[in-house]
Design a protein around this ligand. Structure first.
Ligand code: NDP
Ligand code: HSE
Length: 437
């Protein structure tokens, strides 16, 4: 089985190492040896340490490589939309099988890749694209195909989980924790994709597509990152017996007209320390799947890093190689349900709102009135002396309000109205609360 590898960075170089160290076992499992016939990179002369591969296989022309007749399987570990899309479409249409870790491309235009695979007759596998080493996509697209998945909740970005865990455990600053995550090979080439939630949104789209048999793209996902989460939010969460995580939530729902819908969102949220996802630290990922017959399932493991991701890539290489040798291909994309995606405004959630207010009679009543007018029920209120005021003289106060569940649109309108109150000096932070705290 002749392999072309596109990209030899954090993930690609580990794929090369694993292919070498496991070569005998992999050949026995597949029934044929695996051979790397080409590796495409951007800079041939880059120092890649000790790589167990003939330097002559390196090229800077990925398109030429994927077109070669002596290539059976293309493994893509470059990332980004273009030029990766062009290479993979070319490979798939030519009948090659493709294994990719590129969630950004799958979420942006997975349909084109699936169509090209169907046209060419090869396989398209992408286990590494979501949650690194965790076997998650195959359970969704195979093991759970007899069931009806109702909700998927997860931590699917290792970099942001690493940052939030460090902020929570050691009080580390955001920038310092991001630098460490980047050094450890967790972050994307542009870490904005991690901290602004684009990476998690892409993974959420892939998960929702598989779970609900519907094409969900990155643009369908409501996305917020973690750049606005402050040390004060982390302390406030602790005071409530919670921790802050960047969550991906994909769930079935029913629209006002009775039609079934799916909602997909990524945002930071407070979750109670008793929630199974609360103890997921470092760059680990975990995904909680709820299905009608199976009940609750939890998938946990390393969500980022070269070797864990290469493990998932290699699992796919074995699967597509076996298929090719047997002359079969995996089942095509399942998107028959074609459910409409509901807007974020209809999501039912809870808010934790911190306000800096003037501490005088009637302020609490005015604030409570805003919630009442928007039909949002308050669950708890906590008041402390304000950071800018003189303790004991009652000039400023901090108000922390947690709501009951309400539509996101009503909660957002409440926050806008609070910003307009004379007595509210500022809305210091707004975070969603998930998981029944
Ligand atoms: P890196 O930035 O470490 O590696 C990218 C590789 O692609 C490099 O070898 C680079 O070449 C090569 N490359 C970039 N542009 C081109 C081009 N135009 N032509 C040829 N080669 C090119 O990325 P990662 O290994 O971290 O990520 C690769 C993919 O895996 C991405 O899709 C990412 O989202 C995904 N992924 C990453 C995970 C991780 O933990 N890092 C986990 C799960 C998925 P050169 O070496 O010469 O610069
Ligand atoms: N940058 C990604 C993360 C890599 O931090 O989760 C794994 O997909």
């Amino acid at each position: 089985m002749r392999l072309a590898l596109l990209g030899c960075g954090t993930v690609g170089s580990e794929v090369v190492r694993l292919l070498h160290t496991q070569s005998a076992d992999l050949a026995a499992r597949i029934g044929a040896p695996l051979k790397i016939v080409g590796i495409a990179v951007r800079r041939i002369g880059r120092d890649r340490g000790e790589l167990p591969v003939d330097p002559a296989v390196f090229t800077t022309d990925p398109l030429d490589l994927v077109k070669r007749d002596d290539v059976d399987v293309v493994i893509e570990c470059v990332g980004g939309i273009e030029p990766a899309r062009g290479w993979l479409v070319e490979a798939l249409r030519a009948g090659k099988s493709v294994v990719t870790a590129n969630k950004a491309l799958l979420a942006e235009d997975g349909g084109t890749l699936h169509d090209a695979a169907a046209e060419g007759g090869g396989d398209l596998y992408y286990e590494a694209a979501v949650a690194g080493a965790i076997p998650l996509l195959r359970p969704l697209r195979e093991s759970l195909h007899g069931d009806r998945i109702t909700r998927v909740t997860g931590i699917v970005n290792g970099t942001t989980n690493f940052i939030l865990s460090a902020m929570d455990a050691t009080g580390a600053g955001f920038a310092e924790a991001l630098e460490e995550a980047t050094d450890l090979g967790y972050a994307e080439a542009d870490p904005t994709a991690d901290v602004e939630g684009f990476d998690a949104a892409a993974k959420a789209a892939i998960l929702a597509s598989l779970a609900f048999h519907t094409r969900v793209g990155a643009a369908d996902v409501h996305r917020e990152g973690i750049t606005e989460v402050t040390a004060a939010d982390v302390i406030s969460a602790k005071a409530m017996g919670c921790t802050i995580k960047l969550l991906c939530i994909a769930a079935r729902g029913v629209a006002a007209d009775g039609r079934e819908t799916v909602g997909v969102r990524v945002h930071p949220a407070m979750i109670p320390l008793t929630h199974p996802l609360a103890s997921v630290g470092d760059a680990f990922n975990a995904v909680f799947v709820e299905a009608e017959a199976a009940g609750q399932l939890m998938f946990y493991g390393r969500g980022a890093g070269g070797a864990p991701t290469a493990s998932a890539v290699l699992g796919d290489v074995v699967a597509v190689s076996r298929n090719r040798l047997a002359g079969v291909r995996a089942a095509s994309e399942s998107a028959y349900a074609d459910l409409p995606v509901r807007p974020m405004g209809e999501a039912l959630t809870r808010y934790h709102i911190s306000l800096d207010v003037t501490d005088r009679p009637g302020v609490l009543a005015a604030v409570a009135g805003v919630f009442a007018r928007h039909d949002v029920s308050i669950a708890t209120v906590r008041q402390g002396s304000g950071g800018g005021g003189v303790a004991g003289r009652g000039e400023d106060a901090d108000l922390v309000i947690v709501t009951h569940v309400a539509p996101d649109t009503a909660l957002a309108a409440t926050v806008r109205a609070l910003r307009g109150l004379d007595t509210v000096r500022s809305v210091a932070s707004v975070l969603r609360v998930e998981g029944g705290a």
